[in-house]
Ligand binder design. Structure first.
Ligand code: FNR
Length: 180
């Protein structure tokens, strides 16, 4: 199973990136997770949407070829980050590469509600006409990692309770990808 992960934070010590890497390692027997380089994408420009720069073409092809997408989002001012929105905007125009693609959203923040507002926005964006992804249903599957600075341990691992929950949601995501 070939999965592409989009991580909405590009800072070096990003917790969300650390979580994507933990998942890459932890679920390697179930799936191959490739973390997309969304930092290199230029700002979305509608003048270029039908013939975008090659870095955008490559990114869109990566999404198109994947069996499913994992989106690990931080929360910036009650929403997703600009860098993630930019990637989704490119993906939504010209060839619409997210159409019917299975997506698992999750995210971590330092605040109390653990990216709830960002993920609510993200789900709305993923249902826009240019995207129409097949998003994992929220019931029981919302991975909202709050106070993340207390949950990533010194050894770089997530705490056991979060991992146990993540394991259960990944199983549902695998089912979604297989049934797609
Ligand atoms: C934040 N942060 C934040 N946290 C939150 O729970 N709700 C929010 O609305 C915001 N807003 C916000 C805006 C901006 C511009 C920044 C830089 C940060 C804090 C955020 O959760 C924290 O910095 C995380 O560590 C960001 O994720 P990464 O970079 O660790 O993956």
């Amino acid at each position: 199973m070939n999965i592409v992960a989009l991580v909405g934070s590009i800072r070096k010590e990003s917790y969300n990136m650390q979580i994507a890497k933990i998942m890459q390692e932890r679920y390697k027997d179930k799936m191959n997770i490739k973390i997309a380089d969304i930092r290199s994408l230029p700002h979305f420009d509608q003048d270029e949407e039908l013939d975008p720069p090659s870095v955008v073409k490559d990114f869109k092809q990566e999404i198109l070829s994947a069996d499913g997408i994992i989106i690990v989002t931080p929360e910036y001012n009650w929403s997703i980050s600009g860098v993630l929105k930019n990637a989704l905007d490119w993906a939504s125009r010209g060839k619409r590469v997210f159409m019917k693609k299975p997506v698992m959203p999750l995210g971590a923040s330092s605040g109390m509600v653990g990216t709830l507002r960002a993920q609510t926005h993200l789900r709305q964006i993923l249902s826009a006409p240019g995207i129409q992804a097949n998003v994992l249903s929220p019931g029981g599957n919302e991975v909202l990692i709050n106070f993340v600075q207390q949950k990533i341990e010194e050894n770089g691992q997530l705490d056991e309770d979060t991992l146990t929950f993540l394991d259960s949601v990944i199983e549902k995501f695998v089912d979604l990808v297989k049934s797609n």
